[in-house]
Design a protein around this ligand. Structure first.
Ligand code: ADP
Ligand code: MG
Length: 580
Protein backbone atom coordinates (compact mmCIF):
# COMPACT_ATOMS: atom_id res chain seq x y z
CA UNK A 1 0.00 0.00 0.00
CA UNK A 2 1.29 3.47 -0.81
CA UNK A 3 1.73 6.12 1.86
CA UNK A 4 -0.98 8.23 0.27
CA UNK A 5 -3.47 5.37 0.26
CA UNK A 6 -2.61 4.57 3.85
CA UNK A 7 -3.06 8.15 5.08
CA UNK A 8 -6.22 8.52 3.01
CA UNK A 9 -7.67 5.39 4.57
CA UNK A 10 -6.97 6.65 8.09
CA UNK A 11 -8.06 10.27 7.47
CA UNK A 12 -11.28 9.14 5.80
CA UNK A 13 -12.54 7.73 9.07
CA UNK A 14 -12.57 11.24 10.52
CA UNK A 15 -13.84 13.20 7.54
CA UNK A 16 -16.83 14.67 9.42
CA UNK A 17 -14.66 16.17 12.13
CA UNK A 18 -12.05 17.26 9.60
CA UNK A 19 -14.77 19.12 7.69
CA UNK A 20 -16.14 20.92 10.75
CA UNK A 21 -12.66 21.85 11.84
CA UNK A 22 -11.90 23.28 8.37
CA UNK A 23 -15.16 25.22 8.27
CA UNK A 24 -14.24 26.91 11.54
CA UNK A 25 -10.82 27.78 10.12
CA UNK A 26 -12.52 29.29 7.11
CA UNK A 27 -14.75 31.41 9.34
CA UNK A 28 -11.76 32.74 11.24
CA UNK A 29 -9.81 33.40 8.04
CA UNK A 30 -12.66 35.30 6.41
CA UNK A 31 -13.02 37.40 9.55
CA UNK A 32 -9.32 38.26 9.74
CA UNK A 33 -8.62 38.88 6.09
CA UNK A 34 -11.85 40.49 4.89
CA UNK A 35 -14.30 41.56 7.58
CA UNK A 36 -11.82 43.05 10.02
CA UNK A 37 -9.97 45.16 7.38
CA UNK A 38 -13.31 46.33 5.97
CA UNK A 39 -14.55 47.41 9.41
CA UNK A 40 -11.24 49.16 10.09
CA UNK A 41 -11.46 50.93 6.72
CA UNK A 42 -14.98 52.15 7.53
CA UNK A 43 -14.00 53.34 10.98
CA UNK A 44 -11.11 55.36 9.51
CA UNK A 45 -13.11 56.81 6.65
CA UNK A 46 -16.00 57.82 8.95
CA UNK A 47 -13.57 59.24 11.48
CA UNK A 48 -11.75 61.43 8.93
CA UNK A 49 -15.02 62.67 7.41
CA UNK A 50 -17.36 63.16 10.41
CA UNK A 51 -15.25 62.93 13.56
CA UNK A 52 -17.99 60.66 14.82
CA UNK A 53 -18.05 56.84 14.77
CA UNK A 54 -21.38 54.97 14.89
CA UNK A 55 -21.76 52.44 17.70
CA UNK A 56 -22.63 49.69 15.15
CA UNK A 57 -19.07 49.77 13.73
CA UNK A 58 -17.71 49.45 17.23
CA UNK A 59 -19.94 46.47 17.91
CA UNK A 60 -18.85 44.77 14.63
CA UNK A 61 -15.25 45.26 15.61
CA UNK A 62 -15.76 43.76 19.06
CA UNK A 63 -17.79 40.86 17.65
CA UNK A 64 -14.98 40.01 15.23
CA UNK A 65 -12.40 40.14 18.00
CA UNK A 66 -14.43 37.52 19.84
CA UNK A 67 -15.28 35.42 16.79
CA UNK A 68 -11.75 35.04 15.50
CA UNK A 69 -10.15 33.38 18.54
CA UNK A 70 -13.33 31.39 19.07
CA UNK A 71 -13.08 29.96 15.54
CA UNK A 72 -9.45 29.02 16.03
CA UNK A 73 -9.84 27.53 19.46
CA UNK A 74 -12.84 25.37 18.58
CA UNK A 75 -11.17 24.16 15.38
CA UNK A 76 -8.13 23.28 17.44
CA UNK A 77 -10.26 21.57 20.07
CA UNK A 78 -11.76 19.26 17.46
CA UNK A 79 -8.34 18.34 16.09
CA UNK A 80 -7.03 17.81 19.58
CA UNK A 81 -9.68 15.19 20.14
CA UNK A 82 -9.38 13.17 16.97
CA UNK A 83 -5.60 13.18 16.64
CA UNK A 84 -4.93 10.60 19.37
CA UNK A 85 -7.67 8.39 17.91
CA UNK A 86 -6.00 8.63 14.55
CA UNK A 87 -2.62 7.65 16.01
CA UNK A 88 -4.27 4.71 17.68
CA UNK A 89 -5.78 3.56 14.35
CA UNK A 90 -2.46 3.89 12.55
CA UNK A 91 -0.55 1.99 15.23
CA UNK A 92 -3.07 -0.86 15.23
CA UNK A 93 -3.08 -1.19 11.47
CA UNK A 94 0.70 -1.13 11.17
CA UNK A 95 1.33 -3.57 14.00
CA UNK A 96 -1.25 -5.99 12.59
CA UNK A 97 0.46 -5.84 9.25
CA UNK A 98 3.96 -6.02 10.68
CA UNK A 99 3.21 -9.33 12.36
CA UNK A 100 2.30 -10.86 8.99
CA UNK A 101 5.82 -10.37 7.72
CA UNK A 102 8.10 -13.27 7.02
CA UNK A 103 10.96 -14.52 9.12
CA UNK A 104 13.36 -13.25 6.47
CA UNK A 105 11.91 -9.74 6.79
CA UNK A 106 12.72 -9.58 10.49
CA UNK A 107 16.16 -11.07 9.94
CA UNK A 108 16.92 -8.30 7.47
CA UNK A 109 15.65 -5.42 9.59
CA UNK A 110 17.07 -3.79 12.68
CA UNK A 111 14.25 -4.00 15.23
CA UNK A 112 15.12 -0.52 16.50
CA UNK A 113 14.79 0.75 12.97
CA UNK A 114 11.32 -0.73 12.62
CA UNK A 115 10.23 0.77 15.93
CA UNK A 116 11.47 4.19 14.88
CA UNK A 117 9.72 3.87 11.51
CA UNK A 118 6.50 3.13 13.33
CA UNK A 119 6.96 6.26 15.43
CA UNK A 120 7.68 8.26 12.27
CA UNK A 121 4.36 7.32 10.80
CA UNK A 122 2.38 7.99 13.97
CA UNK A 123 3.89 11.40 14.66
CA UNK A 124 4.36 12.69 11.13
CA UNK A 125 1.15 11.20 9.83
CA UNK A 126 -0.96 13.20 12.27
CA UNK A 127 1.15 16.35 12.13
CA UNK A 128 0.82 16.28 8.37
CA UNK A 129 -2.92 16.54 8.59
CA UNK A 130 -2.70 19.20 11.26
CA UNK A 131 -0.43 21.33 9.05
CA UNK A 132 -2.66 20.89 6.05
CA UNK A 133 -5.75 21.83 8.05
CA UNK A 134 -4.38 24.57 10.25
CA UNK A 135 -1.82 26.16 7.89
CA UNK A 136 -2.51 25.35 4.27
CA UNK A 137 -6.26 25.67 4.40
CA UNK A 138 -5.99 28.73 6.57
CA UNK A 139 -3.77 30.57 4.09
CA UNK A 140 -5.88 29.48 1.18
CA UNK A 141 -8.99 30.59 3.02
CA UNK A 142 -7.16 33.84 3.83
CA UNK A 143 -6.08 34.77 0.30
CA UNK A 144 -9.57 34.56 -1.20
CA UNK A 145 -11.32 36.93 1.27
CA UNK A 146 -8.30 39.26 1.11
CA UNK A 147 -8.65 39.34 -2.67
CA UNK A 148 -12.33 40.24 -2.38
CA UNK A 149 -11.80 42.86 0.34
CA UNK A 150 -9.05 44.55 -1.70
CA UNK A 151 -11.51 44.97 -4.60
CA UNK A 152 -13.20 47.59 -2.42
CA UNK A 153 -9.99 49.66 -2.56
CA UNK A 154 -8.77 49.22 -6.15
CA UNK A 155 -8.68 46.26 -8.50
CA UNK A 156 -4.91 46.77 -8.85
CA UNK A 157 -4.36 45.54 -5.28
CA UNK A 158 -6.40 42.38 -5.81
CA UNK A 159 -4.56 41.50 -9.00
CA UNK A 160 -1.18 42.41 -7.56
CA UNK A 161 -1.89 40.23 -4.53
CA UNK A 162 -2.66 37.29 -6.82
CA UNK A 163 0.50 37.77 -8.86
CA UNK A 164 2.61 38.01 -5.75
CA UNK A 165 1.04 34.96 -4.09
CA UNK A 166 1.75 32.89 -7.22
CA UNK A 167 5.34 34.16 -7.38
CA UNK A 168 5.84 33.68 -3.67
CA UNK A 169 4.72 30.07 -3.69
CA UNK A 170 6.55 29.26 -6.91
CA UNK A 171 9.81 29.61 -5.05
CA UNK A 172 9.29 26.78 -2.56
CA UNK A 173 7.39 24.70 -5.12
CA UNK A 174 10.14 24.94 -7.74
CA UNK A 175 12.70 23.99 -5.16
CA UNK A 176 10.66 20.98 -4.09
CA UNK A 177 12.29 18.18 -6.08
CA UNK A 178 15.69 19.07 -4.73
CA UNK A 179 14.35 19.64 -1.21
CA UNK A 180 12.65 16.24 -1.28
CA UNK A 181 15.80 14.53 -2.45
CA UNK A 182 17.87 16.19 0.25
CA UNK A 183 15.45 15.43 3.02
CA UNK A 184 15.20 11.82 1.94
CA UNK A 185 18.94 11.45 2.21
CA UNK A 186 18.71 13.12 5.60
CA UNK A 187 16.00 10.84 6.96
CA UNK A 188 17.71 7.73 5.60
CA UNK A 189 20.97 8.51 7.30
CA UNK A 190 19.05 9.37 10.48
CA UNK A 191 17.27 5.99 10.46
CA UNK A 192 20.54 4.23 9.74
CA UNK A 193 22.11 5.80 12.82
CA UNK A 194 19.21 4.76 15.04
CA UNK A 195 19.46 1.18 13.76
CA UNK A 196 23.21 1.19 14.22
CA UNK A 197 22.89 2.50 17.77
CA UNK A 198 20.41 -0.20 18.70
CA UNK A 199 22.69 -2.82 17.16
CA UNK A 200 25.69 -1.58 19.15
CA UNK A 201 23.68 -1.48 22.37
CA UNK A 202 22.36 -4.99 21.94
CA UNK A 203 25.88 -6.23 21.25
CA UNK A 204 27.46 -4.26 24.03
CA UNK A 205 28.91 -7.31 25.71
CA UNK A 206 30.61 -8.35 22.48
CA UNK A 207 31.98 -4.85 22.05
CA UNK A 208 33.35 -4.91 25.58
CA UNK A 209 34.85 -8.37 25.27
CA UNK A 210 36.60 -7.59 22.02
CA UNK A 211 37.49 -4.08 23.10
CA UNK A 212 35.66 -2.92 20.03
CA UNK A 213 34.96 0.64 21.16
CA UNK A 214 37.44 2.05 18.68
CA UNK A 215 36.01 0.10 15.76
CA UNK A 216 32.45 1.02 16.71
CA UNK A 217 33.47 4.64 17.01
CA UNK A 218 35.03 4.66 13.56
CA UNK A 219 31.85 3.19 12.10
CA UNK A 220 29.62 5.49 14.10
CA UNK A 221 31.63 8.63 13.32
CA UNK A 222 31.53 7.83 9.63
CA UNK A 223 27.76 7.65 9.73
CA UNK A 224 27.58 10.75 11.89
CA UNK A 225 29.65 12.60 9.29
CA UNK A 226 27.23 11.52 6.58
CA UNK A 227 24.33 12.71 8.70
CA UNK A 228 26.00 16.05 9.40
CA UNK A 229 26.72 16.58 5.73
CA UNK A 230 23.17 15.68 4.74
CA UNK A 231 21.80 18.00 7.36
CA UNK A 232 24.08 20.88 6.28
CA UNK A 233 23.21 20.40 2.59
CA UNK A 234 19.51 20.51 3.38
CA UNK A 235 19.69 23.56 5.61
CA UNK A 236 21.92 25.50 3.21
CA UNK A 237 19.56 24.88 0.35
CA UNK A 238 16.60 25.96 2.44
CA UNK A 239 18.43 29.14 3.44
CA UNK A 240 18.52 30.19 -0.22
CA UNK A 241 14.87 29.40 -0.71
CA UNK A 242 14.08 31.62 2.27
CA UNK A 243 16.27 34.36 0.93
CA UNK A 244 14.32 34.60 -2.32
CA UNK A 245 11.03 34.49 -0.51
CA UNK A 246 12.05 37.37 1.73
CA UNK A 247 13.11 39.36 -1.32
CA UNK A 248 9.76 38.85 -3.03
CA UNK A 249 7.91 39.90 0.08
CA UNK A 250 10.01 43.07 0.37
CA UNK A 251 9.20 44.00 -3.25
CA UNK A 252 5.52 43.34 -2.65
CA UNK A 253 5.11 45.56 0.42
CA UNK A 254 7.10 48.45 -1.02
CA UNK A 255 5.16 48.36 -4.31
CA UNK A 256 1.85 48.21 -2.43
CA UNK A 257 2.65 51.35 -0.48
CA UNK A 258 3.88 53.16 -3.60
CA UNK A 259 0.64 52.24 -5.41
CA UNK A 260 -1.46 53.50 -2.48
CA UNK A 261 0.31 56.84 -2.57
CA UNK A 262 -0.06 57.01 -6.36
CA UNK A 263 -3.81 56.23 -6.32
CA UNK A 264 -4.38 58.56 -3.33
CA UNK A 265 -2.87 61.45 -5.27
CA UNK A 266 -5.32 60.67 -8.08
CA UNK A 267 -8.16 60.48 -5.52
CA UNK A 268 -8.83 56.85 -6.41
CA UNK A 269 -8.39 55.47 -2.86
CA UNK A 270 -9.40 56.78 0.57
CA UNK A 271 -7.49 57.03 3.84
CA UNK A 272 -9.40 53.97 4.96
CA UNK A 273 -7.98 52.02 2.00
CA UNK A 274 -4.48 52.58 3.39
CA UNK A 275 -5.61 50.83 6.56
CA UNK A 276 -7.31 48.11 4.53
CA UNK A 277 -4.41 47.26 2.19
CA UNK A 278 -1.63 47.69 4.72
CA UNK A 279 -3.70 45.85 7.34
CA UNK A 280 -4.32 42.89 5.05
CA UNK A 281 -0.67 42.78 4.01
CA UNK A 282 0.40 43.01 7.62
CA UNK A 283 -1.64 39.99 8.64
CA UNK A 284 -1.37 37.96 5.43
CA UNK A 285 2.38 38.08 4.95
CA UNK A 286 3.35 36.28 8.18
CA UNK A 287 0.67 33.69 7.51
CA UNK A 288 1.89 32.99 3.99
CA UNK A 289 5.49 33.01 5.15
CA UNK A 290 4.61 30.44 7.73
CA UNK A 291 2.78 28.34 5.12
CA UNK A 292 5.77 28.40 2.78
CA UNK A 293 7.91 27.12 5.65
CA UNK A 294 5.33 24.44 6.28
CA UNK A 295 5.41 23.22 2.68
CA UNK A 296 8.89 21.94 3.32
CA UNK A 297 7.90 20.44 6.63
CA UNK A 298 4.98 18.72 4.98
CA UNK A 299 7.26 17.32 2.30
CA UNK A 300 9.75 16.23 4.90
CA UNK A 301 7.05 14.59 6.98
CA UNK A 302 5.43 13.05 3.99
CA UNK A 303 8.67 11.61 2.70
CA UNK A 304 9.45 10.19 6.10
CA UNK A 305 5.98 8.63 6.25
CA UNK A 306 6.42 7.35 2.71
CA UNK A 307 9.79 5.83 3.48
CA UNK A 308 8.48 4.22 6.67
CA UNK A 309 5.36 2.91 4.96
CA UNK A 310 7.38 1.40 2.13
CA UNK A 311 9.08 -0.77 4.73
CA UNK A 312 6.26 -1.29 7.21
CA UNK A 313 3.58 -2.06 4.64
CA UNK A 314 5.60 -4.22 2.30
CA UNK A 315 3.41 -7.00 1.01
CA UNK A 316 4.26 -10.00 3.20
CA UNK A 317 6.57 -12.40 1.46
CA UNK A 318 4.74 -15.52 2.54
CA UNK A 319 0.96 -15.45 2.30
CA UNK A 320 -1.75 -18.02 2.67
CA UNK A 321 -3.22 -19.40 -0.54
CA UNK A 322 -6.69 -17.98 -1.22
CA UNK A 323 -8.27 -21.39 -0.73
CA UNK A 324 -5.99 -22.32 2.19
CA UNK A 325 -7.55 -24.81 4.56
CA UNK A 326 -6.55 -25.57 8.11
CA UNK A 327 -4.00 -28.35 8.45
CA UNK A 328 -5.23 -31.51 10.10
CA UNK A 329 -2.60 -33.74 11.61
CA UNK A 330 -3.45 -37.36 12.37
CA UNK A 331 -0.21 -39.27 12.12
CA UNK A 332 2.29 -36.49 11.55
CA UNK A 333 3.98 -37.83 8.43
CA UNK A 334 6.39 -35.24 7.01
CA UNK A 335 7.35 -35.66 3.38
CA UNK A 336 9.93 -33.65 1.41
CA UNK A 337 9.36 -34.22 -2.28
CA UNK A 338 12.16 -33.07 -4.64
CA UNK A 339 12.74 -29.95 -2.59
CA UNK A 340 15.04 -27.21 -3.92
CA UNK A 341 15.87 -24.39 -1.63
CA UNK A 342 18.33 -21.51 -1.52
CA UNK A 343 18.49 -18.77 1.11
CA UNK A 344 19.54 -16.43 -1.62
CA UNK A 345 16.36 -15.79 -3.58
CA UNK A 346 18.26 -13.77 -6.17
CA UNK A 347 20.91 -16.31 -6.97
CA UNK A 348 19.64 -19.80 -7.54
CA UNK A 349 23.15 -21.15 -7.98
CA UNK A 350 23.69 -21.27 -4.25
CA UNK A 351 21.29 -24.14 -3.61
CA UNK A 352 21.38 -25.42 -0.05
CA UNK A 353 18.95 -28.25 -0.77
CA UNK A 354 19.05 -29.75 -4.23
CA UNK A 355 16.30 -32.15 -5.07
CA UNK A 356 15.96 -33.31 -1.47
CA UNK A 357 13.43 -36.08 -0.84
CA UNK A 358 12.83 -37.71 2.51
CA UNK A 359 9.91 -39.05 4.47
CA UNK A 360 9.61 -38.90 8.23
CA UNK A 361 7.04 -41.39 9.42
CA UNK A 362 4.17 -40.58 11.73
CA UNK A 363 5.18 -40.54 15.40
CA UNK A 364 8.75 -41.26 14.44
CA UNK A 365 11.52 -39.81 16.63
CA UNK A 366 14.19 -38.47 14.31
CA UNK A 367 17.52 -36.98 15.22
CA UNK A 368 19.33 -34.61 12.85
CA UNK A 369 23.09 -34.53 13.14
CA UNK A 370 26.01 -33.11 11.22
CA UNK A 371 28.44 -30.22 11.22
CA UNK A 372 27.00 -26.82 11.85
CA UNK A 373 25.96 -25.11 8.65
CA UNK A 374 24.84 -28.45 7.23
CA UNK A 375 21.23 -27.28 6.87
CA UNK A 376 19.54 -28.86 9.90
CA UNK A 377 17.91 -25.66 11.18
CA UNK A 378 16.91 -24.67 7.67
CA UNK A 379 15.34 -28.10 7.15
CA UNK A 380 13.08 -27.54 10.17
CA UNK A 381 12.39 -23.93 9.18
CA UNK A 382 11.07 -25.19 5.87
CA UNK A 383 8.65 -27.50 7.66
CA UNK A 384 7.41 -24.45 9.58
CA UNK A 385 7.22 -22.54 6.29
CA UNK A 386 9.37 -19.75 7.67
CA UNK A 387 10.82 -19.75 4.17
CA UNK A 388 9.15 -20.82 0.95
CA UNK A 389 10.95 -23.41 -1.12
CA UNK A 390 11.80 -22.63 -4.73
CA UNK A 391 10.89 -26.01 -6.22
CA UNK A 392 9.26 -29.21 -5.01
CA UNK A 393 6.69 -29.79 -2.29
CA UNK A 394 6.53 -30.45 1.42
CA UNK A 395 3.62 -32.45 2.77
CA UNK A 396 2.34 -33.07 6.25
CA UNK A 397 -0.07 -35.98 6.33
CA UNK A 398 -0.57 -35.59 2.61
CA UNK A 399 -1.39 -31.88 2.74
CA UNK A 400 0.94 -29.52 0.92
CA UNK A 401 2.08 -26.99 3.53
CA UNK A 402 1.74 -24.21 0.95
CA UNK A 403 -1.93 -25.06 0.65
CA UNK A 404 -2.80 -24.77 4.35
CA UNK A 405 -3.02 -21.68 6.52
CA UNK A 406 0.27 -20.71 8.13
CA UNK A 407 -1.41 -20.30 11.51
CA UNK A 408 -2.84 -23.81 11.48
CA UNK A 409 0.50 -25.22 10.33
CA UNK A 410 2.43 -23.54 13.15
CA UNK A 411 -0.26 -24.35 15.68
CA UNK A 412 0.42 -28.06 15.08
CA UNK A 413 4.16 -27.77 15.62
CA UNK A 414 5.98 -27.04 18.85
CA UNK A 415 9.34 -25.46 18.19
CA UNK A 416 11.98 -25.21 20.84
CA UNK A 417 14.64 -23.08 19.22
CA UNK A 418 18.30 -23.04 20.03
CA UNK A 419 18.21 -19.52 21.37
CA UNK A 420 14.74 -18.91 22.66
CA UNK A 421 13.73 -15.31 23.18
CA UNK A 422 11.47 -14.35 26.03
CA UNK A 423 9.08 -11.45 26.31
CA UNK A 424 9.83 -8.75 28.81
CA UNK A 425 6.93 -10.04 30.88
CA UNK A 426 6.51 -12.31 33.88
CA UNK A 427 7.69 -15.92 33.82
CA UNK A 428 4.08 -17.04 34.21
CA UNK A 429 3.06 -15.13 31.09
CA UNK A 430 6.08 -16.36 29.19
CA UNK A 431 5.32 -20.00 29.82
CA UNK A 432 1.60 -19.55 29.32
CA UNK A 433 2.33 -18.16 25.85
CA UNK A 434 2.34 -21.82 24.74
CA UNK A 435 -1.34 -22.03 25.58
CA UNK A 436 -3.21 -18.89 26.62
CA UNK A 437 -6.00 -20.99 28.18
CA UNK A 438 -3.71 -22.91 30.52
CA UNK A 439 -4.41 -22.51 34.22
CA UNK A 440 -1.72 -21.55 36.72
CA UNK A 441 -1.58 -25.17 37.81
CA UNK A 442 -0.93 -26.32 34.25
CA UNK A 443 1.83 -23.77 33.89
CA UNK A 444 3.47 -24.96 37.09
CA UNK A 445 3.14 -28.59 36.01
CA UNK A 446 4.90 -27.82 32.74
CA UNK A 447 7.59 -25.87 34.56
CA UNK A 448 8.19 -28.85 36.85
CA UNK A 449 8.63 -31.17 33.87
CA UNK A 450 11.05 -28.72 32.28
CA UNK A 451 13.05 -28.71 35.55
CA UNK A 452 12.66 -24.97 35.98
CA UNK A 453 10.05 -24.86 38.78
CA UNK A 454 12.54 -25.02 41.65
CA UNK A 455 14.58 -22.22 40.17
CA UNK A 456 11.51 -20.05 39.71
CA UNK A 457 10.39 -20.67 43.29
CA UNK A 458 13.73 -19.40 44.57
CA UNK A 459 13.15 -16.03 42.95
CA UNK A 460 11.69 -13.43 45.35
CA UNK A 461 8.68 -12.91 43.12
CA UNK A 462 8.40 -16.49 41.87
CA UNK A 463 6.32 -16.83 38.74
CA UNK A 464 5.62 -13.10 38.72
CA UNK A 465 9.28 -12.27 38.14
CA UNK A 466 9.74 -10.11 35.08
CA UNK A 467 12.49 -11.28 32.78
CA UNK A 468 14.65 -8.60 31.21
CA UNK A 469 14.34 -7.64 27.58
CA UNK A 470 14.58 -10.82 25.45
CA UNK A 471 15.04 -12.76 28.67
CA UNK A 472 18.52 -11.40 29.26
CA UNK A 473 18.26 -11.77 33.00
CA UNK A 474 18.18 -15.56 32.71
CA UNK A 475 20.98 -17.89 31.74
CA UNK A 476 20.84 -19.58 28.35
CA UNK A 477 19.93 -22.89 29.96
CA UNK A 478 17.17 -21.29 32.01
CA UNK A 479 15.72 -19.70 28.92
CA UNK A 480 15.81 -23.05 27.17
CA UNK A 481 13.92 -24.65 30.04
CA UNK A 482 11.27 -21.91 29.90
CA UNK A 483 10.95 -22.57 26.17
CA UNK A 484 10.57 -26.29 26.85
CA UNK A 485 7.85 -25.62 29.42
CA UNK A 486 6.11 -23.40 26.89
CA UNK A 487 6.26 -26.13 24.27
CA UNK A 488 5.00 -28.74 26.75
CA UNK A 489 1.94 -26.54 27.34
CA UNK A 490 1.34 -26.14 23.63
CA UNK A 491 1.15 -29.91 23.29
CA UNK A 492 1.27 -29.98 19.48
CA UNK A 493 1.41 -33.28 17.55
CA UNK A 494 4.74 -32.43 15.93
CA UNK A 495 7.72 -31.32 17.98
CA UNK A 496 10.95 -29.77 16.76
CA UNK A 497 13.82 -29.29 19.17
CA UNK A 498 16.73 -27.38 17.71
CA UNK A 499 19.64 -27.94 20.07
CA UNK A 500 17.06 -27.21 22.70
CA UNK A 501 19.13 -28.60 25.53
CA UNK A 502 22.53 -27.56 24.23
CA UNK A 503 23.05 -25.03 26.99
CA UNK A 504 22.18 -27.39 29.82
CA UNK A 505 24.58 -29.40 31.89
CA UNK A 506 24.38 -33.13 31.15
CA UNK A 507 22.69 -33.93 34.47
CA UNK A 508 19.81 -31.50 33.96
CA UNK A 509 19.64 -32.54 30.34
CA UNK A 510 19.18 -36.17 31.39
CA UNK A 511 16.41 -35.26 33.84
CA UNK A 512 14.56 -33.17 31.29
CA UNK A 513 14.94 -35.80 28.64
CA UNK A 514 13.18 -38.35 30.77
CA UNK A 515 10.19 -36.05 31.14
CA UNK A 516 10.32 -34.76 27.62
CA UNK A 517 10.42 -38.29 26.28
CA UNK A 518 7.31 -39.18 28.21
CA UNK A 519 5.65 -36.06 26.79
CA UNK A 520 6.66 -36.66 23.20
CA UNK A 521 5.35 -40.18 23.18
CA UNK A 522 2.85 -40.41 20.35
CA UNK A 523 4.16 -37.33 18.54
CA UNK A 524 6.37 -36.89 15.51
CA UNK A 525 9.61 -35.51 16.86
CA UNK A 526 12.64 -33.97 15.22
CA UNK A 527 15.58 -33.35 17.50
CA UNK A 528 18.72 -31.55 16.41
CA UNK A 529 21.59 -32.16 18.77
CA UNK A 530 25.31 -31.86 18.79
CA UNK A 531 25.81 -34.13 21.77
CA UNK A 532 25.25 -37.41 19.95
CA UNK A 533 24.83 -39.39 23.16
CA UNK A 534 21.47 -37.67 23.64
CA UNK A 535 20.15 -39.13 20.40
CA UNK A 536 20.76 -42.81 21.07
CA UNK A 537 17.12 -43.50 21.84
CA UNK A 538 15.89 -42.01 18.55
CA UNK A 539 14.15 -44.29 16.05
CA UNK A 540 16.20 -42.85 13.26
CA UNK A 541 19.08 -40.48 12.62
CA UNK A 542 19.58 -38.32 9.54
CA UNK A 543 23.11 -37.08 8.94
CA UNK A 544 23.30 -33.73 7.14
CA UNK A 545 26.32 -32.62 5.21
CA UNK A 546 26.24 -29.45 3.09
CA UNK A 547 22.51 -29.72 2.53
CA UNK A 548 22.53 -33.41 1.67
CA UNK A 549 21.31 -36.25 3.84
CA UNK A 550 24.34 -38.50 3.61
CA UNK A 551 23.31 -41.17 6.10
CA UNK A 552 19.98 -42.44 7.35
CA UNK A 553 19.52 -45.14 10.00
CA UNK A 554 19.48 -45.97 13.69
CA UNK A 555 22.34 -45.14 16.00
CA UNK A 556 23.47 -48.77 15.87
CA UNK A 557 23.29 -48.96 12.06
CA UNK A 558 25.25 -45.78 11.59
CA UNK A 559 27.86 -46.70 14.16
CA UNK A 560 28.66 -49.79 12.13
CA UNK A 561 28.89 -47.87 8.84
CA UNK A 562 31.98 -46.01 7.76
CA UNK A 563 31.01 -42.39 7.43
CA UNK A 564 30.47 -39.01 9.01
CA UNK A 565 28.41 -40.34 11.91
CA UNK A 566 31.08 -42.79 13.00
CA UNK A 567 33.70 -40.04 12.82
CA UNK A 568 31.60 -37.63 14.85
CA UNK A 569 30.79 -40.30 17.41
CA UNK A 570 34.38 -41.43 17.84
CA UNK A 571 35.61 -37.88 18.23
CA UNK A 572 33.03 -37.13 20.91
CA UNK A 573 33.78 -40.35 22.76
CA UNK A 574 37.47 -39.50 22.78
CA UNK A 575 36.80 -36.05 24.20
CA UNK A 576 34.56 -37.56 26.87
CA UNK A 577 37.16 -40.08 28.01
CA UNK A 578 39.83 -37.39 28.03
CA UNK A 579 37.64 -35.32 30.31
CA UNK A 580 37.08 -38.13 32.78
N1 ADP B 1 18.49 -16.70 7.17
C1 ADP B 1 19.51 -17.11 6.43
N2 ADP B 1 19.89 -16.39 5.35
C2 ADP B 1 20.90 -16.80 4.58
N3 ADP B 1 21.59 -17.93 4.78
C3 ADP B 1 21.27 -18.69 5.84
C4 ADP B 1 20.20 -18.32 6.72
N4 ADP B 1 20.10 -19.27 7.67
C5 ADP B 1 21.05 -20.19 7.38
N5 ADP B 1 21.76 -19.84 6.29
C6 ADP B 1 22.84 -20.61 5.66
O1 ADP B 1 22.34 -21.88 5.34
C7 ADP B 1 23.27 -22.88 5.63
C8 ADP B 1 22.64 -23.90 6.59
O2 ADP B 1 22.47 -23.28 7.85
P1 ADP B 1 21.66 -23.96 9.02
O3 ADP B 1 20.43 -24.54 8.46
O4 ADP B 1 21.51 -22.98 10.11
O5 ADP B 1 22.65 -25.11 9.45
P2 ADP B 1 22.73 -25.97 10.79
O6 ADP B 1 21.47 -25.76 11.56
O7 ADP B 1 22.93 -27.34 10.32
O8 ADP B 1 23.92 -25.47 11.54
C9 ADP B 1 24.48 -22.20 6.20
O9 ADP B 1 25.42 -22.08 5.16
C10 ADP B 1 23.97 -20.85 6.63
O10 ADP B 1 24.95 -19.90 6.48
MG1 MG C 1 21.27 -24.92 13.47
Amino acid sequence: MSALAFLGMIYKRYWGRILISSALQWLAAASIFALLPLVTKNILNTATQTKYIPISLFIYFVALQVLIPLGFRSSHLIMLRFEPLMKHDMANYLLDHLQQNSFRFFQNQFSGNLASKLQDVLINGTQLLETILADFLFSFFGVVPAFLAMLSAHIFFSIFLCIWVVAFFSIPLLSLPKAIRLSRILSESGAQIVGQTVDIISNLLTVKMFVGYGREQVLFRKQQRELTKASYDTDYFLWWVNFWQATSFCIYTVTSLAALIFFYAKNQVTTGDFALVLGINGSLIPVLWNTAEKIRQVIKKYSSVKQAISILLQPPEIVDAIDAKPLTVRQGIILFNDVWFSHDTQEDEKWLFKDLSIQIEGKQKVGLVGYSGGGKTTFTNLILRLFDIQKGKIFIDGQNIQGVTQDSLRAQISLIPQEPNLFHRSLMENIRYGNPDASDTDVIKAAKKAQIHDFIMQLPEGYNTEVGERGLKLSGGQRQRIAIARALLKDAPIVIMDEATSQLDSITEKFIQEDVFKFIDGKTVIVIAHRLSTLQQMDRLLVFEKGKIVQDGTHKDLLNQKGLYQNLWNTQQQINTQNM
